[in-house]
Design a binder for this molecule. Sequence first.
Ligand code: ADP
Length: 171
Amino acid sequence: MTTIAVYPGSFDPITNGHLDVIYRAATMFDRVVVAVAHNIEKVPLFTAAERVALVRAAVHGHQNVTVDEFDGLLVRYARQIGARVLVRGLRAVSDFEYEFQMALVNRRLDRHIETIFLMPKEEYIFLSSRTVKEIAALGGEASQFVPAVVEKALRRKSGVNSARRRRSKRV
Ligand code: ADP
């Protein structure tokens, strides 16, 4: 039987920390589906289509990793694609409470779906998409935290945003 695992998240944008989790999961399961959440509470920097494209480019060449997007209930999506495992990354203690709650709620919603937590390399423990966006917005070097394709996209975005800010100041 093929074991499919889903790694859901907003991936706004994907970082080396996410990739570390993906590669660990890829050695444990037959197939890993990175599921980019369409509707997220926060206003994302990248559109869903851009986030999916960046994840695709970042995992390119990894045979058992595929990328998809989803909307609505995660357990419903997992069931639809035949996945019985949800993968989440655990960083510092700050992730724990939220992740613990989500895992228990998801188990209530579907007792056949199990959540597992993977820890990244120590160097990624403090890495988040938010930090990366902040660094890029301030004109800092994000290349050690994200794949090259994401770094380029961040640069383009912050270029566009600062041009927009300059234009709006002129009016
Ligand atoms: P969300 O927007 O749902 O908080 P993200 O898209 O940022 O989630 O991340 C998806 C999953 O990846 C979450 O389980 C999150 O804890 C985990 N994650 C994010 N960054 C890292 C990292 N640097 N190392 C390990 N796991 C991470």
